[in-house]
Design a protein around this ligand. Structure first.
Ligand SMILES: C[S@@+](CC[C@H](N)C(=O)[O-])C[C@H]1O[C@@H](n2cnc3c(N)ncnc32)[C@H](O)[C@@H]1O
Length: 232
């Protein structure tokens, strides 16, 4: 059974996602009690892609979020380094959506190409957060926007402790039954607990050169949405 460790070695992370790809979307719905669908709608509104715009969905996995970005006529590149996840996504083609294999730490795109860049539940899995944010900045046109959707922390300490208990006990137990790959979901729980708090992530985004960084909590802080802009 494959799982990544918190050092997030790229080969371990990509194989782990290859192994869960077939049941990935099903498990997301089950483990989040369907809340992931609402989070994705909020992301799509924040991305707000218009006709003629080009969007990068990085660490796009099976392209579940990316599909919504093309609704108003924008084009979207869904990039990921797990060929297994991309293959599941490519089984359901969509107008304006292209799947591309690539590593967040060395994106296979030229400078200043995209109007909006976004990453959902991906940044936490990348070995070097700062490098990924710098790569996202490089490929975004001046004045373009960044939207990061990631698991986060509940500001109320007692609630957060309860949530962390759910992550460590109930979540792997349900995942074990549904996926047969509990190890990947042990990693999910550990990586969420080790992830920086909302204000710390905002600092990392600003540190990579993005401006006007803001964030809002979804579902009490289970997820946080960070937004920023590339300076002109
Ligand atoms: C939890 S999944 C999220 C998939 C999708 N964004 C979603 O919202 O369902 C994390 C994804 O990040 C990808 N990933 C992790 N590190 C990466 C890297 N360095 N470059 C490209 N993709 C990466 C994994 O392959 C996986 O598909």
């Amino acid at each position: 059974m494959t799982r990544a460790q918190l050092d997030k070695r790229p080969a371990d992370v990509s194989v782990m996602f290859d192994n869960v790809a077939d049941r990935y979307d099903l498990l997301n719905d089950a483990l989040s009690l369907g809340m992931d669908r609402r989070w994705r709608r909020v992301v799509a509104r924040a991305v707000g892609a218009r006709s003629g715009q080009l969007v990068l969905d990085l660490a796009a996995g099976t392209g579940t979020s990316a599909r919504a970005f093309t609704a108003a006529g924008a084009r979207c590149v869904a990039c990921d380094f797990s060929l297994g996840m991309l293959a599941v996504g490519a089984r359901k083609p969509a107008t304006g959506l292209r799947f591309v294999a690539g590593d967040a730490l060395a994106l296979p795109f030229g400078d200043e190409i995209f109007d909006v860049v976004t990453i959902s539940f991906g940044l936490r899995n990348v070995a070097d957060t700062g490098q990924a944010l710098a790569e996202l900045l490089r490929v975004t046109r001046r004045g373009g926007r960044l939207v990061v959707c990631e698991f986060s922390h509940l500001p109320v300490r007692k609630l957060n402790a309860l949530y962390e208990r759910y992550l460590s006990t109930a979540l792997p137990a349900v995942a074990r039954r549904l996926s047969g790959n509990a190890a990947a979901y042990d990693y999910l729980a550990e990586s969420i607990k080790a992830w920086p708090a909302q204000h710390e992530l905002a600092g990392k985004i600003a540190g990579a050169g993005w401006s006007g960084v803001s964030w809002r909590n979804l579902t009490l802080g289970v997820v946080a949405l960070h937004e920023a802009r590339r300076p002109r």
